[in-house]
Design a protein around this ligand. Structure first.
Ligand SMILES: NC(=O)c1ccc[n+]([C@@H]2O[C@H](COP(=O)([O-])OP(=O)(O)OC[C@H]3O[C@@H](n4cnc5c(N)ncnc54)[C@H](O)[C@@H]3O)[C@@H](O)[C@H]2O)c1
Length: 262
């Protein structure tokens, strides 16, 4: 029995990676899915592949969210997935993102997508879910929202903002007497195109990949489909009493610490 039959779901940043896997899993569970992304070409291709609808959405743009509110006035599930690390730029070396050298412009660019985008998404979703008085908002934060990341200050701070805003939205909706739930998912290393700038395509690619997960208890990258499985659960009515919570999916990293006794 499909778990999301009759539900309308919108996923941001769904052209590829985790967002695309979530959109695909939602379609498989019977939902009407709207794939959105700022990359129209890739977004359209993904939507076509999985039999979903595509709409343009740059999550940092209030005007784009307004257009979404007009095109999709009623919604059951929103996944605020679009996110950037700040290392995506293809022109030259990646910018510094440590707290001593990061520029204000680079800091703000990461927050514009990650934190502003999630705030705008939640605001839209509460309005679009009010008519039925129920729904599920899923915010994709990160392991980086729970610990400090010295070389990715804006990313870590923005993901911490998402973690906290999730709880505010959950409490606000419950306080309004709405069955609109809001939860966050905290992945660690999930093998998606986001990792390309860090892995490179040189002969040491495999070794670099292995090094990134050497300290992960399960010693491997996670797969986007594994994150999508959690999103399906949170989106479904099985999670009707789950709100304001945070689910880590990190191969066991946050179960311990670097100083854990052996
Ligand atoms: N991959 C990981 O290891 C990992 C770990 C923790 C958290 N996450 C989070 O999961 C989410 C998805 O990551 P991914 O690895 O699939 O990334 P990705 O880079 O593979 O895909 C991100 C997608 O978001 C889109 N996007 C970027 N900025 C946007 C904007 N302003 N508006 C709309 N779309 C935009 C991109 O076009 C792309 O299609 C992100 O929020 C990321 O921070 C990923």
């Amino acid at each position: 029995m499909p778990r999301l039959t009759g539900k309308t779901a919108l996923v941001t940043g769904a052209a590829r990676g985790i967002g695309a896997a979530i959109a695909k899993a939602f379609v498989a569970e019977g939902a009407q899915v709207i794939v959105t992304d700022k990359d129209d070409e890739a977004g359209r291709a993904t939507a076509q592949d999985i039999a979903a609808r595509f709409l343009h959405l740059d999550v940092s743009s209030e005007a784009d969210w307004q257009a979404i509110a007009e095109a999709v006035p009623r919604l059951d599930i929103l996944v605020n997935n679009a996110g950037i690390t700040g290392f995506e730029g293809e022109d030259g070396p990646p910018p510094a993102h440590d707290p001593e050298h990061a520029t204000l412009a680079d800091w703000r660019a990461v927050h514009a997508t990650n934190s502003d985008g999630t705030f705008l998404g939640c605001r839209y979703a509460i309005g679009a879910m009010r008519e039925t008085g129920a729904g599920s908002i899923i915010n994709i934060s990160s392991r980086s929202g729970m610990v400090g990341i010295p070389m990715a200050a804006a990313y870590a701070a923005s993901k911490a903002a998402i973690r906290n805003h999730t709880k505010t939205v959950a409490l606000y909706c419950a306080g309004q007497g709405l069955a609109i739930r809001c939860n966050s998912i905290h992945p660690a290393a999930i093998m998606t195109p986001m990792w390309e700038p860090m892995l490179g395509d040189g002969p040491d690619r495999e070794a670099r990949a292995a090094a990134f997960v050497a300290d992960t208890p399960m010693q491997r990258f996670g797969q986007p489909e594994e994150v999508a499985a959690l999103a399906v659960m949170l989106a479904s009515d099985e999670a009707a009493y789950v709100t304001g919570t945070e689910l880590t999916i990190d191969g066991g990293i946050l179960a311990g610490s670097a100083a854990t006794p052996g």
